[in-house]
Ligand binder design. Sequence first.
Ligand SMILES: Nc1ncnc2c1ncn2[C@@H]1O[C@H](COP(=O)(O)OP(=O)(O)OP(=O)(O)O)[C@@H](O)[C@H]1O
Ligand SMILES: C[C@H](N)[C@H](N)CCCCCC(=O)O
Ligand SMILES: [Mg+2]
Length: 223
Amino acid sequence: MFKRVFVTGTDTEVGKTVVSRALLQSIQALGETAVGYKPIAVDSEETPQGLRNKDALTLQASSSLALNYDEVNPITLKEEIANAHTGGVPDYGHISSGLRHLEQKAAHIVVEGTGGWRVLMHDLRPFSEWVVQEQLPVILVVGIKLGCISHAILTAQAIANDGLPLLGWVANRINPGLAHYAETIDALRQKIPAPLLGEIPYLFRPEQRDLAQYLDITPLMQK
Ligand SMILES: Nc1ncnc2c1ncn2[C@@H]1O[C@H](COP(=O)(O)OP(=O)(O)OP(=O)(O)O)[C@@H](O)[C@H]1O
Ligand SMILES: C[C@H](N)[C@H](N)CCCCCC(=O)O
Ligand SMILES: [Mg+2]
């Protein structure tokens, strides 16, 4: 199975963090160490220990090794990263050395992206350039809502155009009231050139739940 995987989404707020937790738990259920990594976090809050981002805290809590916060999240920004010319451009060398560090500690690393596949850094370069530089395989989270089919197809195409393998995708039910859910999943199955790893239902406080039950990572075992 993969040593490292990058979790992207059809948009921001579609469940990348929730699915990253589910992936970590699924790998840990196999008896292997798995840790989360959030290279760049935005919308962080000041705490007595310093800036803290809720995604990174969830990944830290979902990891099978005790990690310091800055091992999970090396770059913690306060503002939206797409705002050009503020906050400086993240140092990719620093992010990569953080990943090297975790590779020494854990058998598997689940790397959570920020926003969607083409999220831009302050210099208006897409963060996908770093994912390509690292040659990370990708798992796509599709937040099931109106319009998600187009976003999913476009994202899968962009990942393929960037030359990276799409290992699988996860349907995340962020809108319990959406009509035609089954038809949407069926269309996505036909149009995304990668296996469906599972469907996460609409849950109360999913970041605190056992989510491994919703995924079947068998398709990832051969890769
Ligand atoms: N299956 C679900 N059921 C209920 N709520 C969910 C589910 N998945 C995600 N959510 C909620 O939706 C919000 C966004 O989820 P999450 O933070 O995982 O998205 P994200 O893609 O990681 O966002 P970001 O781009 O900020 O990293 C959170 O408040 C989360 O609790
Ligand atoms: C705050 C939000 N939930 C994410 N953490 C940051 C998403 C940045 C998206 C920028 C963009 O592509 O428009
Ligand atoms: Mg997140």
